[in-house]
Design a protein around this ligand. Structure first.
Ligand SMILES: Cc1cc2nc3c(=O)[nH]c(=O)nc-3n(C[C@H](O)[C@H](O)[C@H](O)COP(=O)(O)OP(=O)(O)OC[C@H]3O[C@@H](n4cnc5c(N)ncnc54)[C@H](O)[C@@H]3O)c2cc1C
Length: 481
């Protein structure tokens, strides 16, 4: 059989592409060397948020007396938190397996290598359909899986989608040893809460584990090479976070890095010495481009990543790449959307592309840091005129009722209000609000249209509404300027 589309990698890019292809009536095969769901479901988004949810529930419970509810003897058992996390992953993976099956998608478990531009070889790894979480299937640092078994299958295809994702790697001079110096795959497997952690890097993983460790009582210290915390965020967000961390007594060392580690003593370039129980390296991922035989395709690269055009096509005509392996906004929802777009471009002969500026970003800090569109510093650098509005979430009744007063919603628009340029939120539930801003930006809604939209009361969304009103000095629940 010759497949219409073969896909290497069943992460949120690859499996979504496979489902969309099946919906369009294509004959599709998905090749995966580990578990369905990729990094996102097995090691990333899902297990980390499952732990985060437990931490948040514990944190909320600590504040129950404020709401007239008394709890005695509140405590947590991190072993159970950890077990629940794998249960969530397994249940979701089981559902995904059923969806893949129901869509009549062929799945081959094994390491794919490229024979020609129309043929793959798969070294089958004798996977059962739904595995329990087996650590020995993790790749080593070169990206090689040791578990692949002897049998081989050939797969012929008209089109190929490479969705092989990325993996954690050691930073220069900071070798992951999986005992004292841990990466994201190690941290998710911890069975106990460390007394103290040095978190290296304040990207999404660094910040979300800071939230988890801080709630469960670890002493957390952060080190960030950039001058601001969370350098991907608007500067106003980084500055607010710095203030919040100060209150929580989380030590932040920005504009510096680790100089030397001897035993358990860590010396920073700024002269500070720290002796944490573990070092969590929350930065540094490499794309999985080392697919055996790929060099025969002579695909153009963008640094370490596979280069794609606006339609997600690589430099070879029938080969597409999606997700982390492209290095374009490495998030699960980017990978999935790229997957759907690539498939529609192949099967429907479309020229669909991605509006990267309308992709929402969420950093699951406490509170959440969320963004879509341009940052204020980008507008200044690009000399784009703008107006801005900043609304404190604590001034809306819903945030007040919930006692979640910290944070603000900042909106940047063109001076005439015809275009929303960026929305930046630091607040609990920001992850729900930012999606509304993404809809506004993706659909070119004007400030007036948003101001004329009726927002339900009392809701968190009213903070966004107030910020939209604020662009014309019309915010209601703040003192007049
Ligand atoms: C700790 C952590 C937390 C995260 N949290 C979030 C979050 O909250 N929200 C969010 O949007 N993103 C999050 N991400 C990022 C997200 O997980 C990735 O952007 C997403 O998984 C990328 O999807 P993908 O399909 O490109 O690749 P992956 O999910 O990495 O999947 C690639 C798959 O390809 C397989 N593969 C590779 N090479 C071969 C081969 N030769 N043969 C066969 N199979 C192969 C791999 O086994 C893997 O299963 C997180 C990441 C981490 C590490």
């Amino acid at each position: 059989m010759i497949y219409d589309i073969a896909i290497i990698g069943a992460g949120p890019g690859g499996y979504v592409a496979a489902i969309r292809a099946a919906q369009l009536g294509a004959k599709v095969v998905l090749v995966e060397r580990d578990n369905l769901g990729g990094t996102c479901l097995n090691w990333g988004c899902i297990p980390s948020k499952a732990v985060l949810t437990c931490a948040d529930k514990y944190n909320s419970a600590k504040k129950f007396s404020k709401f007239g509810i008394d709890i005695e003897g509140l405590s947590f058992d991190y072993k159970k938190v950890s077990e629940r996390k794998w249960l969530v992953v397994e249940k979701l993976r089981k559902s995904l397996t059923q969806v893949i099956k129901a869509n009549k998608i062929d799945v081959i478990y094994g390491e794919a290598s490229i024979e020609t531009a129309n043929k793959l070889k798969v070294a089958c790894s004798c996977h059962s359909e739904v595995l329990t979480h087996v650590v020995q299937y993790l790749p080593d640092e070169s990206g090689t899986y040791q578990e692949a078994k002897a049998s081989e299958e050939s797969v012929e295809f008209k089109n190929l989608i490479i969705a092989t994702g990325s993996r954690p790697v050691s930073l220069p001079g900071l070798q992951i040893d999986h005992e004292f110096i841990l990466d994201t795959n190690d941290i998710i497997q911890l069975e106990k809460v460390p007394e103290s952690v040095l978190v290296v890097g304040t990207g999404p993983s660094g910040i979300e584990w800071t939230r988890i460790f801080e709630i469960f009582g670890s002493k957390v210290t952060l080190v960030e090479l950039a001058p601001n915390l969370v350098p991907i965020c608007d500067k106003s967000i980084s500055e607010r976070l710095e203030r919040i961390f100060k209150i929580k007594k989380i030590q932040c060392h920005t504009g510096t890095k680790i100089k030397e580690i001897s035993g358990k003593k860590v010396l920073l370039e700024n002269g500070q010495e720290i002796e944490p129980e573990i070092v969590f390296v929350a930065a540094g991922r490499f794309p999985n481009t080392e697919i055996k035989g790929i060099e025969s395709l002579n695909l153009a690269k963008n640094g370490r990543y596979l280069k794609v055009d606006n339609n997600l096509k690589t430099s070879a005509d029938n080969i597409y790449a999606i997700g982390d392996v492209t290095g374009l906004v490495p998030l699960a929802h980017t990978a999935s959307h790229q997957g759907m777009t690539a498939v529609e471009n192949i099967l429907l002969n479309k020229q669909g592309n991605i509006n990267y500026e309308a992709i929402p970003h969420i950093v699951y800090g406490n509170p959440e840091l969320c963004a879509v569109g341009l940052r204020e510093e980008d507008l200044i650098r690009k000399k784009i005129d703008y107006k801005s509005s900043n609304f404190p979430v604590g001034a809306t009744s819903k945030f007040f009722i919930e006692d979640e007063l910290e944070g603000f919603v900042k909106v940047l628009s063109s001076p005439d209000g015809n275009k929303i340029l960026g929305v930046h939120i630091v607040a609990d539930h920001g992850s729900d609000l930012i999606q509304q801003a993404a809809i506004a930006i993706n659909n070119n809604l004007t400030v007036k249209q948003l101001q004329e939209t009726i927002f339900a009361h009392p809701t968190y969304s009213e903070a966004l509404y107030e910020a939209f009103l604020g662009l014309d000095n019309m915010s209601l629940h703040v003192m007049p300027k």
